[in-house]
Design a protein around this ligand. Structure first.
Ligand SMILES: Cc1cc2nc3c(=O)[nH]c(=O)nc-3n(C[C@H](O)[C@H](O)[C@H](O)COP(=O)(O)OP(=O)(O)OC[C@H]3O[C@@H](n4cnc5c(N)ncnc54)[C@H](O)[C@@H]3O)c2cc1C
Ligand SMILES: *[C@@H]1O[C@H](CO)[C@@H](O)[C@H](O)[C@H]1NC(C)=O
Ligand SMILES: *[C@@H]1O[C@H](CO)[C@@H](O)[C@H](O)[C@H]1NC(C)=O
Ligand SMILES: *[C@@H]1O[C@H](CO)[C@@H](O)[C@H](O)[C@H]1NC(C)=O
Length: 538
């Protein structure tokens, strides 16, 4: 096993290393030597390097790999995993990966749905820089801000804020094990985004290691690059080492509830109604709908369950008023409502049992890892009831289908679609996150993936068109990918305009300026390149 990896490196070395570096050293050794040369020589870098020869290699690789589809033995594996413990160690990694001509991937929380932070299908061999150890968080309550290193999870950030104050929070994702590093580079929505916008809308500074190995903050990188990294997708412009984020006010008491309706209880009509009100509800209310299969009665008959999951920045009394005024059809009762603290609402919204303490957020690991395929859509007009009925028929064909409907409106309507690269703003009623998941590796993945494709095809008439918009953080390689390292920006615009609409072309311009050699690249990274006059005018 070791021999074969040495052999491939040797071939690699002959083909690609500059003449002075053609030596028969395995990549682990040459990388180690290079790190020492480019950093504090006395630092024990070997303790940060894991190669397949280290017994913990696979467990380190899989530690944060969220989608089990990319942990199978046939999945391409990195030559080594490097876990820097200081920012300067990231700089050295960039310099050495360049010098040795070995492709680099960067991982923060490992939630990329196509595994791009730890698997490369287009560049081999490759190494993974895993920011897992760079996760310090410093909260400045008086300044309403926090510096958070990229390897922290959003759950850790929420916990550290709540430790300091019951009246501060941060508007990022629902799932606490998501990494701050990848999440904010793609936008980041959660239960407060109708009130305060995306995580990326609430970034005030950042530190990035660029393709030359320099550390740049907002002032030094300039507003163009600072614009691009807040929503333009991870792995294209550099390695974020830390974000400075703006904290937002949260009341001491928030209210949560979960009310489910089955088809027999009128779920279809109710969901049609929800589509008409969800984006217009009070900004303090986040009311998402999660659609899943459920049992109807005892005879093993299946039904569809639509679960209305809510977080309200206020108390039960006001929530009941808001619901009575705008969505009485749900029939919310006082006894459905749970008043709690913001930090406990985080646990509730991410389905932890209700006696779980917030300390669980420090454990980082997601207990719900599965084999997963997902897609996303944006909806501008309510989906007709007949179309919903057709949708249920198709959901019944899959064992564990999931559709989550995320309401827009509120602050999302007030921020221009050009403010940051994330463009899906005014005019969207809600986003749909379709997925299917399975637990058994021997299951036929292609069957499940085809099912998601079928649902996506069925939904085409009811969702955004030209382009059919998609959420960049719900990465989906079916939308198109960079087959080659020199994919033209015209080819990339096929998927790029789905994620970023016309902001894609500005992202290409920034990329061309800061990384013309395309050092930071992956299957869906922004390519550098020439933009035609027609596109530039957009
Ligand atoms: C179970 C689950 C729940 C989710 N819930 C939500 C949610 O509630 N809201 C939401 O908005 N999204 C959600 N997402 C999507 C999530 O925001 C994205 O997958 C996000 O990119 C994950 O960030 P990460 O650091 O964990 O991922 P990673 O896999 O580490 O990285 C994702 C991408 O960013 C790049 N990257 C990673 N770190 C850096 C860095 N420091 N600098 C530059 N590039 C970097 C990677 O190379 C990769 O291309 C969820 C995903 C999953 C799997
Ligand atoms: C991996 O193995 C090498 C060689 O035995 C060793 O020097 C290095 O310290 C190991 N890495 C870790 C993180 O233990
Ligand atoms: C959990 O919440 C449910 C519903 O609100 C409640 O009935 C139950 O007593 C709670 N359990 C615990 C352990 O708090
Ligand atoms: C991309 O690279 C291939 C060879 O790898 C070459 O044939 C092609 O001309 C290149 N395309 C562009 C647009 O540079």
């Amino acid at each position: 096993m070791i021999l074969s990896s040495y052999a491939s490196l040797w071939i690699f070395g002959v083909l690609l290393l500059s003449p002075s570096l053609i030596i028969s050293l395995p990549i682990q050794d040459s990388f180690l030597q290079c790190l020492q040369k480019n950093s504090d020589i006395s630092f024990p870098f070997s303790t940060l390097l894991y190669s397949p020869a280290n017994s913990s290699f696979i467990s380190i690789l899989q530690s944060s790999a969220q989608n089990l589809r990319f942990t199978l033995s046939l999945t391409p594996k990195p030559e080594l995993i490097y876990k820097p413990v200081e920012e300067s160690h990231i700089q050295a990694a960039v310099i050495c990966s360049k010098q040795l001509g070995i492709h680099l991937r960067v991982r923060s929380g490992g939630h990329d749905r196509e595994g791009l932070s730890y698997v490369s299908q287009i560049d081999t061999p490759f190494i993974v820089v895993d920011l897992d150890m760079l996760r310090s968080i410093s909260i400045d309550i008086d300044g309403n801000s926090a510096w958070v290193q990229a390897g922290a999870t959003i759950g850790e950030l929420y916990y550290r804020i709540s430790e300091k104050s019951k009246n501060h929070g941060f508007p990022a994702g629902v799932c606490p094990s998501v990494g701050v590093g990848g999440h904010i580079t793609g936008g980041g929505y959660g239960s407060m985004f109708r009130k305060y916008g995306l995580a990326a809308d609430n970034v005030i500074d950042a530190r990035i290691i660029d393709a030359q190995g320099r550390v740049l903050d907002r002032k030094v990188m300039g507003e163009d690059l600072f614009w691009a990294i807040r929503g333009g997708g991870g792995g294209s412009f550099g390695i974020i080492s830390a974000w400075k984020v703006k904290l937002v006010p949260v009341p001491s008491t928030v209210t949560v509830f979960r009310v489910a309706k089955t088809l027999e209880q009128g779920a279809t009509k109710l969901l049609y109604r929800w589509q008409q009100v969800a984006d217009k509800l009070d900004d303090d209310l986040f009311l998402s709908v999660s659609v899943q299969l459920a049992n109807a009665g005892k005879k093993g008959k299946k039904t569809m369950s639509t679960s209305y999951d809510a977080m309200f920045l206020g108390d039960t009394k006001r929530l009941l008023q808001v619901m009575q005024e705008s969505f009485p059809e749900l029939g919310l009762q006082q006894q459905d409502c749970i008043e709690t603290s913001w930090i406990n609402s985080v646990l509730y919204m991410s389905f932890f049992p209700n006696n779980t303490t917030p300390e669980i957020l420090l454990q980082r690991n997601n207990l719900f890892k599965r084999y997963l395929k997902g897609k996303s859509d944006y909806v501008k007009e309510p989906i007709p009831e007949t179309a919903l009925e057709g949708l249920w028929e198709r959901l019944f064909e899959e064992e564990n289908p999931s559709m989550v409907l995320i309401p827009y409106g509120g602050m999302m309507n007030k921020i221009s679609e050009y403010q940051i690269p994330y463009p899906h703003r005014k005019g969207n009623l809600f986003m749909i996150d379709y997925s299917t998941s399975w637990k058994d590796p021997s299951e036929n993945a292609a069957k499940h993936i085809d099912w998601v494709k079928k649902i996506y095809e069925y939904m085409a008439p009811y969702v955004s068109m030209n382009p059919r918009e998609a959420y960049g953080n719900y990465r989906d390689l079916d939308l198109g990918m960079n087959e080659k390292t020199n994919t033209s920006c015209e080819e990339a615009s096929v998927w790029g305009t789905k994620y970023f609409k016309d902001n894609f072309y500005r992202l290409v311009q920034v990329k061309t300026r800061v990384d013309p050699d395309n050092f930071f690249r992956h299957e869906q990274s922004i390519p550098p390149g020439h933009i035609s006059e027609k596109e530039r005018l957009k």
